[in-house]
Design a protein around this ligand. Structure first.
Ligand code: OFO
Length: 172
């Protein structure tokens, strides 16, 4: 049976992941509205990955004898001044999620929940990729933002992103 403190912390993380999905859907909608269709595609894929992260946590909590619970999701902002502003915020948000995951690992250690600590390793590794992806796009936009042609090319490239590897959502 999962420790109540661990269960609550994992439930809070479900909320963080669903807020991440909201945030990225809001960014996608803003990009779409402004005809940055490739960037909108990238954000929609990102949002779907976040929902899969929430489901992975949901399955784990239930598998460990706890109960997944749902809290109100904060309203994200709906407008960003530029693609750079949106991707910078996405990068900052991923750094915040990494610190949430590290706190979860500490809670798992403090409650002696080795199984959950091992389960969380997947998220630790995933966050390395999440930060690196967002940071790389910030870097690319900073390099080319003065050129409309280059921004259009970058937008096209981001349009090729697909949900290639379905996230394994079982608790294991
Ligand atoms: Fe963007 O990361 Fe979830 O966990």
């Amino acid at each position: 049976m999962i420790d109540k403190k661990m269960e609550d912390a994992l439930n809070n993380q479900i909320n963080e992941e669903l807020f991440s999905a909201y945030l990225y859907f809001a960014m996608a909608a803003d990009f779409e509205h402004k005809n940055w269709l490739g960037m909108a595609n990238w954000m929609k894929i990102q949002a779907q990955e976040e929902m899969a992260h929430a489901l992975k946590l949901y399955n784990w909590i239930n598998e460990r004898g706890g109960k997944a619970e749902f809290q109100a999701i904060k309203m994200p902002q709906s407008n960003w001044d530029s693609p750079l502003a949106a991707f910078k915020e996405a990068y900052g948000h991923e750094q915040h999620i990494t610190s949430c995951i590290y706190d979860l690992v500490k809670t798992a250690r403090n409650t002696g929940d080795i199984a959950t600590e091992i389960f969380l390793q997947w998220f630790v590794t995933e966050q390395v990729e999440e930060e690196s992806n967002a940071s790389a796009i910030v870097d690319q936009i900073e390099k080319v933002q003065e050129s409309t042609n280059a921004m259009v090319m970058l937008d096209k490239e981001l349009g090729f992103r697909t949900l290639a590897t379905p996230v394994q959502v079982s608790g294991e």
